[in-house]
Design a binder for this molecule. Sequence first.
Ligand code: AMP
Length: 420
Amino acid sequence: MKMIQDFNFKGKKAIVRVDFNVPLDKKTFTVTDDTRIKGALLTINKIINDGGCLILMSHLGRPEGRMEKYSLKPVLPVLEKLLGKKVLFADDCLGESAVKMSAALKPGEVLLLENVRFYPEEEGKPILPETATDEEKKAAKAEMKIKQKEMAKKLSGYAEIYVNDAFGTAHRAHATTAVMADYFPKDKMMFGYLINSELAAMDKVLNNSQHPFTAIMGGAKVSDKIMLIENLLNRVDNLIIGGGMTYTFIKAMGGKIGKSLCEEDKLDLALKLIEKAKEKKVNLYLPVDSLNADKFDNDAKTSVTAADAVEDGWLGLDIAEKSIKLFSSVIENSKTILWNGPMGVFEMEKFSKGTTAVAKAIAAATSKGAYSLIGGGDSVAAINKNGLADKVSYVSTGGGAMLEYMEGKKLPGITAIRGE
Ligand code: AMP
């Protein structure tokens, strides 16, 4: 497989799938967070500095057909500023302008194509009326597959090299993230720097970790993280569970959880995970105390109880002091740390302490030489909010993609380029 750092783009035209799915201000349509654009700069600059020319493609949001509010145009001034040069824009990724502009590109020039999801064939999902019969659905799906290939083939014709650097959509088998790889020879496609660094960070944690290895899982539901937890139980020394999913475990063990979040249909599963942790000799840490609220509100009355003694009518919304101490000490004595999911309803100031404490403990462990990988939108937000992004080892840009990779799944965007 070709590696971008060893490749010389001089005189070559590359089409690069990036993840410019940035948040926009609802009124002014300006970019409110440019992290994702910055994430692609290494790859973009490498190609320009080598003397190649490049065509950038991305999705933004979930448009249904062409919808101007999902245009990539607002990205243009931000990208121009970051690159310090003019960027061309084609207002339709498959239209005549895109064909002509990409054909006319000169070395060092950059062309951004309009949102690839303005075409349903990008995702390959047919838009059907609810009344469609199974037969109609099957036919529409088959037709859409053909159209998706046509789209991938057309875009592939714009350039001689294909680079995928959109880690955030690597778990999707879309035209621009995976199908396009069918139209390039093996030695003419590669990952960009961002995907390479994401893969390196995940592989380090999964396959090359130093011990003790601690995984911290939080967030709302166990059901979203079952497969990840199962896969991690084969690798970690310590598993810390916090957040809403705590209470399903506590209830499964016979504790009282009041009105806290609970997935009744996952109680058996929680017990199985506890058993599996024992079998694998993994230390499972659940919160020992809980910060409870009388309503789901930042102005709620609060109480602290043992995590298995939440009063009737109350909801556990964060871990409390004893758990913070316990979790922090486990984290600070670890050599490898993976964190996914907040310890409480961190969006509300009153219930953000547990999450902030975990973020700080991870930074402290990292300063003592641990390797720390943070993934998932909320954990990343907590790290950023506390100004700790440069105090942890790696902050992943892809929530869903990272989860799936760490679960052990094959990601279409990755396998397509690796040729697996
Ligand atoms: P997830 O997307 O599964 O990682 O869940 C993130 C969400 O979980 C955040 O919006 C948190 O507010 C929420 N969350 C964390 N702890 C709790 C809790 N104890 N009760 C209800 N929601 C929670």
